[in-house]
Design a protein around this ligand. Structure first.
Ligand SMILES: Cc1cc2nc3c(=O)[nH]c(=O)nc-3n(C[C@H](O)[C@H](O)[C@H](O)COP(=O)(O)OP(=O)(O)OC[C@H]3O[C@@H](n4cnc5c(N)ncnc54)[C@H](O)[C@@H]3O)c2cc1C
Length: 107
């Protein structure tokens, strides 16, 4: 079975590991502070670079190389993770998810 597919139901690795990976990234972004930049970079590198669907990891790394995340503040970081997730949503044919201020804990 090919794991490079636009049909999410044919990609069990991505559907198993994708939701907790995104949840971790969004949750971390919701409490992010600039003092956490080094940890945030390591987290992103580990979760995306080590994502167990190889084609997904490569696609994620390419996206991040072309669209660097904004580590300057919490809202910027949360918005850039949201945009990254939406780019993957678009790639696999899912609708864009609306921005919600609840994705960010009040500063
Ligand atoms: C880096 C990366 C690359 C991937 N590449 C592929 C790929 O090429 N092919 C493939 O089939 N799968 C890929 N996946 C997996 C894919 O993103 C989904 O996780 C998987 O399809 C399961 O989708 P889901 O409907 O359960 O919701 P998910 O997309 O996992 O999202 C979980 C929940 O987050 C919420 N949500 C959705 N979008 C956003 C957003 N923009 N901001 C905030 N919250 C949001 C929704 O409530 C959703 O139910 C990739 C995952 C990652 C982390």
């Amino acid at each position: 079975m090919s794991y490079v597919t636009r049909d999410r139901y044919l990609n069990p690795i991505a559907t198993t590991y994708g939701p907790p990976t995104w949840e971790c990234l969004h949750a971390f972004a919701s409490i992010y502070r600039p003092s956490m930049e080094s940890t945030a970079r390591q987290l992103v590198d580990t979760l995306i670079g080590g994502f167990p669907c190889g084609a997904c990891a490569e696609g994620g790394k390419k996206y991040l190389a072309a669209h660097p995340l904004d580590y300057s503040n919490r809202v910027g970081f949360a918005r850039s993770i949201w945009a990254f997730h939406n780019a993957v949503n678009e790639h696999i044919g899912k609708p864009a998810y609306p921005w919600r201020s609840s994705l960010v804990v009040s500063l």
